[in-house]
Design a protein around this ligand. Structure first.
Ligand SMILES: Nc1ncnc2c1ncn2[C@@H]1O[C@H](COP(=O)(O)OP(=O)(O)OP(=O)(O)O)[C@@H](O)[C@H]1O
Length: 328
């Protein structure tokens, strides 16, 4: 059964364009100019109960705008959204009780209060029965290692500690759907792993539907059963991870910090099978390689005779690369 239904969803922003200078300022007052930006462009999809969907795209692709319309924060320009049978914008109170949200940069906890007091307030706001509240709190304390944090005021928590508390808060009232907008941004590997495990466990135990936006490919690989790629406000891929994994698994990038480069370098890269120059600046080179054809060590051996390497790192494939490959 589908819990989220989205039909022909569209959001246009009206952006004011200002002229500069004194005359410009006067013109702006008497004849304001606007242009329209289509952030979400006729998107339709449905999501079944219990799915964990990665909603992926480059910066500015329209992810947050979509999520904000699904939660009811933003009103669509046109189109329909139904969350468990409710139109979020028309049934705000009822809808808020059936959803949970984490927006990476914002907090739903009270800044000056100890975490546990925020949770107690949420219990009252969401009218969570005592037994369910206690059961959830105990389970989340265990899964997210919250014991040490509950008595600490939110403002004294580190980013990773705060995010663990935020995630728990979003699931406390047993929501049917949870929206997680960049929940792992800026966190270290250990905390990311804890959050991924939490999402997987809670999804399995409670059949809660999760929509996750992230730039972290490992979040997607480890947590999502389905991925939707958006680009310029349109869904360009909606399906399982397999065809995306094809690109994910095959491609890596070696980023070289260099002091100098020889002109012959470009010729060498072009002639080497499985290598391509992804980006270049004065002191960096990003070489993408196909792991089925060459190894990272071979790439380093091919490139280093032609430049003075100061430092290097190996990176996972970027969202932009996957989007390009999906278009192909
Ligand atoms: N309030 C706004 N007014 C005008 N334009 C906006 C507004 N919010 C977003 N936009 C524009 O709409 C487009 C989509 O933005 P959105 O924030 O949904 O993208 P995103 O995929 O979430 O990006 P990111 O990964 O950087 O958060 C962008 O071009 C952005 O500049």
């Amino acid at each position: 059964m589908s819990i989220i239904e989205v039909k022909n969803l569209r959001k246009e922003y009206k952006i004011s364009e200002k002229d500069v200078g004194l005359i410009g300022a006067i013109k702006n007052v008497f004849r304001p100019k606007f242009r329209t930006k289509t952030a979400v462009d006729d998107i339709s999809f449905s999501i079944a109960e219990g799915e964990v969907v990665g909603y992926i795209g480059a910066n500015g692709a329209g992810k947050s705008t979509t999520i904000k319309m699904l939660t009811g924060i933003l009103t669509p320009t046109s189109g329909e959204v139904l969350i468990n049978g409710l139109v979020p914008q028309k049934n705000r109170v009822r809808n808020n009780k059936q959803i949970g949200t984490v927006f990476g940069q914002r907090t739903q906890l009270w800044w000056d209060l100890p975490v546990i007091e925020s949770y107690n307030l949420l219990q009252n706001i969401y009218e969570i029965p005592k037994d369910i509240f206690e059961e959830n709190l105990n389970r989340f304390r265990e899964l997210l290692d919250l014991d040490e944090l509950l008595k600490t005021p939110v403002r004294q928590l580190s980013l990773g500690q705060k995010m663990r508390c935020e995630i728990a808060a979003a699931f406390l009232h047993n929501p049917r759907v949870v929206y997680l907008d960049e929940p792992t941004i800026g966190l270290d590997v250990m905390v990311k792993e804890k959050i991924r495990e939490f999402i997987k466990t809670v999804n399995k135990e409670r059949k809660v539907t999760v929509i996750l936006t992230t730039h972290d490919m490992q979040d997607i690989e480890e947590v999502c059963s389905r991925v939707m790629f958006v680009d310029y406000g349109k869904v360009i891929y909606d399906g399982d991870l397999e065809s995306v994994k094809n690109v994910l698994g095959k491609t890596r990038t070696v980023v070289f910090k260099v002091k100098s480069k020889s002109e012959d370098l470009y010729d060498v890269i072009e002639k080497s099978e499985g290598l391509s120059l992804l980006k270049e600046a004065e002191d960096t080179l990003e070489i993408q390689f196909n792991r089925e054809t060459v190894t990272a060590t071979q790439v380093i051996n091919i490139v280093s005779p032609y430049c003075e390497v100061v430092d290097l790192s190996i990176q996972e494939v970027s969202i932009e690369t996957i989007v390009k490959s999906l278009y192909k």
